[in-house]
Design a protein around this ligand. Structure first.
Ligand code: ADE
Length: 232
């Protein structure tokens, strides 16, 4: 039987979703615990991938191979790359790419994975629409943006690094897993969506903001993801 896969990098990002599952079965693979259960009549597998792109890519592949995931949603928090996107707001991915890929020495653009056609990986439009609808219902007091989300194996907390990423890629939010999930989903030809609540501004204030706002931001992305799963 097919399922919808839900990935969070950290336990806090998925613990409330795991609690909503009924008839749960846990399967351990690659040091990750996959929580498989029913949610609103759908088969859903919720899993903590761990942080950074390799963990996220492996996790997505296991969802496809072992659980026959027909769609993957990544929920969590991110740093804002745009002055209009505030802490607590939501960014839903139009597309994702890896800002730390650099093979320019061989003539590729920055961010381009050598010998792959796609520059960025396109999120599913149906899932995007559903996420926006769900967000308006459950988080009416915050803003929701649709835009590019960029990922890299770095926590961005320096304004110069942030400005460089924005100048090069024009992203709306930065995090550490989404593009790996998008890449794995595209290689397997299944739809994906990255949903991130903003926890910090990805500049000098990142460390302080992050601790203070992490849980409020997570609350927004969890509520949205739960509502979205109900609508699927
Ligand atoms: N996740 C949340 N905030 C982030 C940041 N500033 N950089 C990378 N990943 C993040």
């Amino acid at each position: 039987m097919k399922c919808i896969g839900v990935i969070g990098a950290m336990e806090q990002e998925i613990s409330r979703l795991k609690e909503k599952l009924e008839n749960v079965k846990i399967t351990r693979k690659a040091s990750m615990d996959f929580y498989e259960g029913n949610l609103d009549g759908k088969r859903v597998v919720v899993v903590k991938s761990g942080i950074c792109k390799v963990n996220a890519g492996i996790c997505t592949q296991i969802l496809v191979d072992l659980f026959e995931a027909e769609a993957v949603i990544n929920t969590g928090i991110a740093g804002s790359l745009n002055k209009d996107i505030n802490i607590g707001d939501i960014v839903v991915s139009t597309d994702v790419l890896q800002h730390d890929v650099d093979a320019r020495i061989f003539g590729y653009s920055r961010g381009q994975i050598p010998q792959m056609d796609a520059f960025s990986f396109q999120a599913d439009e149906g899932l995007r629409r559903l996420a926006v609808q769900a967000c308006c219902e459950v988080n009416p007091d915050i803003q929701i943006f649709e835009g590019r989300i960029v990922s890299g194996d770095q926590f961005i907390s320096d304004k110069k690094v942030k400005d460089d990423i924005v100048g090069e890629f024009g992203g709306f939010a930065v995090e550490m897993e989404g593009a790996a999930i998008g890449q794995a989903a595209c290689l397997n030809e299944i739809p994906f969506l990255v949903i991130r609540a903003i926890s910090d501004k990805a500049d000098g204030s990142a460390q302080m903001d992050y601790t203070e706002f992490e849980s409020a931001a997570i609350e927004h992305s969890v509520k949205l993801t739960y509502k979205m799963l109900q609508k699927m």
